[in-house]
Every structure is written in structure tokens, then in C-alpha cells.
Design a protein around this ligand. Structure first.
Ligand code: DAH
Length: 362
């Protein structure tokens, strides 16, 4: 036995073993260690390294088998032998760990080869709200701050809520089959959100202060200013002593909030079956690249007592006594408001989902 073997095995002093036959055991430990270290050193990938580990310190590895042989060692040498086994295992384990780190480093290096990690990242495109959603949320926000609550109603309506209760007679053009989507059942896709007025009054006694944004449907030819599915925002305010100045002040304030304080607002006498008197509202504002002109944005008026009567009829009471309650109503096209706000010339852009158009609102 050579003195250096002991040093490898962790003994400081060379020692002369007492039992000749035991000598090969320690020699074999040092051989096992040397062999394992050589294999670890030669391993070029994690798999070869793992094989070297299994062959040396794995359950049935050479060192583990040698360790099990301790039972055949004379008692007084067991301690020294055990220490030799442990130090061989420690040396092999340390070599495996060092090699693992080296292999990982090499793998990281080659993964990064050709990549400049200091380059700025590529921006990810972010989503944005649709312009209709933006204008609706803004309109709803203004009116909610004025005390209006949100209300809702079905898009598949019956003729009573869409027409009759709104004082719209059977021969009114809006009820024509050419203008309205009817189902076989006699129900129809609501032609306006005004039906929510009736639904609300049937459900709640006055006072009422609601807004109802939602879809409306008409058999319109689709062109730059018409869609067969479009979006409206309805409003209804009923209380004691509500009069025309309340209507005017509310809608002027709303439109100034939405389009800016210098926006011109004009009320033009008009006719709607469910309001008397009735008006159309026009606004005039600076739109980039356009000469200012009056554009119609809404219909409105004082609720016709005939509407109260119809509601009382279906409620079976006199909750909306026209002698006590008065109110105003309004309805506007949200698509139209969006077109005005952003100078959109073709309403079809709002439903085409063209990312080049939509990304301008991001
Ligand atoms: N419903 C009407 C339409 O679709 C708009 C409208 C006009 C609503 C006057 C109202 C109103 O509430 O008072 O054209």
C-alpha cells in the first residue's frame, strides 16, 4: 500500500495495516474512488454523470457494495474502514456536484449563445375598450352622477311594451313589418330602448329616475349611417312638478359634459307619440377636419299622460296619476355619439372589429 492512498482516504498519517489480507479492501476503496472521479471528470452530459453516480454511490454502486463489506472487517479496523468509505463518498459526491454545476453553466452559456440579454424587450400589444363601450361608460357615468339609476329590459319585447303602452298606434310606420323584426309568436326585437320606460314604471311607483343603455333593432339597409343592430341610451325622470326647464337643463348639462362646454345645443320641435311636447336635440361642435354643423343626437320630450294611463292600466292602480306626476324622457343613439366624439365617418367601423381601427382607442 502506498502512503498517498491513505491521504486520499482522509488519513493524515500513513499507517501500516495489521492484517495483510485486509489491505486489498482499502486499496479497492481508493481504486473505486479514482475510477469514479475519472468517470465524473469524463462525463460530458447529465446522463453520463448520472450513470457515473449510479455506478459509484448508487444503491448497488461499487462504493455502496464496498461499504456493505464492512461486516467482514475485523472489529478493530471497522472504524478506520468506515471513515475511509465516508471520505471516499464525500469526495465522489463533491465531484458530482461540481460537475453538475459545470454542466449547467455550459448549458446556460450555449442557450444564451447569439442572444443579447441586454436588448430591450419587445412590447406586447395591449387590449383596449371598444369606442362604444367607452362612450357608453362615459355617458352612464355623467348621468349617474346626476342621480339616474341603471335599468334594464328584454331585447325580445312584446308589442304592448314596445308600442301600445308608448302611445304608438297600430298604424304607426315603426310597427310595420318592413321596419321591425317580428317572431312568429308575435314578439319582436325591440326597435328602441323606450320599452324600458314601461317596464320600469310597471315595476316601481314614482318617483323614477332611470337610464337604460342597450341594443335596439330595425330592418334598416346597412350603410355608412345605419346598422340593423345599434345602441341606444334611454332616460326617464318622473316626479312632482317636473317641467320642460328640467328636461332642458339636464340634457344641456349632459351634452356639455360629454362633448365639452363650448358645444352648441339646440332643441328643435318634433313629434314622438309618447311625449308631448317633443323635441329633437342637435349639437354643434368642433370636429377635426370638418366645418361645424348641427348634428341630431337625441329625441326627448315631456311624458305624454297617455303613457301614464297605459302603465296604470297594466299595474291595475293609479300610481302614475297624471294630475300628480309629470316627467321627461329622452333617447339617444350611442353609435351616433361615438361617431361625433371621434369623427368616425362610417358606422360600420364600429362592428367590423378591424384592429387597425380599434387600436386607435388603446
Ligand atoms: N325612441 C326614440 C327613437 O328610437 C327616441 C326617443 C325620443 C326616446 C323621444 C325618448 C323620447 O324617450 O322622449 O327614435
Amino acid at each position: 500500500m502506498r502512503a498517498t492512498d491513505w491521504r486520499i482516504l482522509g488519513f493524515d498519517e500513513p499507517r501500516v495495516p495489521r492484517y495483510g489480507p485486509r489491505l486489498p479492501m482499502n486499496e479497492s476503496l481508493s481504486a473505486i474512488q479514482a475510477d469514479a472521479l475519472a468517470r465524473i471528470d469524463a462525463a460530458e452530459d447529465p446522463r453520463a454523470l448520472e450513470e457515473a453516480r449510479i455506478a459509484s454511490i448508487g444503491k448497488k454502486g461499487a462504493l455502496s457494495l464496498a461499504a456493505a463489506a464492512i461486516k467482514d472487517i475485523p472489529k478493530e479496523e471497522k472504524a478506520a474502514y468506515g471513515q475511509s468509505v465516508n471520505s471516499a463518498r464525500a469526495a465522489i459526491t463533491a465531484a458530482i456536484e461540481a460537475k453538475q454545476a459545470a454542466l449547467q453553466d455550459a448549458a446556460d452559456q450555449s442557450a444564451l449563445a447569439g442572444i443579447d440579454p441586454t436588448m430591450p424587450g419587445r412590447p406586447l400589444p395591449t387590449g383596449a375598450l371598444h369606442p362604444l363601450t367607452l362612450i357608453r361608460d362615459e355617458a352612464v357615468g355623467i348621468l349617474r352622477r346626476m342621480g339616474f339609476a341603471l335599468a334594464d329590459g328584454p331585447e325580445i319585447e312584446d308589442e304592448f311594451h314596445c308600442f301600445d303602452a308608448l302611445n304608438t298606434p297600430a298604424d304607426h310606420p315603426a310597427r310595420n313589418e318592413k321596419d321591425t323584426f317580428y317572431f312568429d309568436s308575435g314578439k319582436l326585437l325591440r326597435t328602441h330602448t323606450s320599452s324600458v320606460q314601461i317596464r320600469t314604471m310597471e315595476a316601481d311607483a314614482p318617483p323614477v329616475r332611470i337610464i337604460a343603455p342597450g341594443s335596439a333593432y330595425r330592418r334598416d339597409e346597412i350603410d355608412a349611417t345605419h346598422l340593423s343592430v345599434f345602441n341606444q341610451l334611454e332616460g326617464l325622470y318622473i316626479d312632482r312638478d317636473v317641467s320642460l326647464p328640467d328636461l332642458k337643463g339636464t340634457l344641456e348639462y349632459f351634452l356639455h359634459e360629454l362633448f365639452g362646454p363650448s358645444t352648441g345645443v339646440r332643441f328643435r320641435p318634433h313629434f314622438f307619440p309618447f311625449t308631448e311636447p317633443s323635441f329633437e336635440i342637435d349639437v354643434k361642435l368642433e370636429i377635426k377636419g370638418q366645418t361645424p354643423r348641427w348634428i341630431e343626437v337625441a329625441g326627448c320630450g315631456m311624458v305624454d299622460p297617455a303613457v301614464f294611463k297605459a302603465v296604470n292600466g297594466s299595474r291595475g292602480d293609479n300610481a302614475y296619476d297624471p294630475a300628480v306626476w309629470t316627467g321627461f324622457a329622452f333617447g339617444m343613439g350611442l353609435d351616433r355619439l361615438a361617431m361625433i366624439r371621434w369623427g368616425i365617418k362610417d358606422i360600420r367601423l364600429l362592428i367590423e372589429n378591424d384592429a387597425r381601427f380599434l387600436s386607435q382607442f388603446a
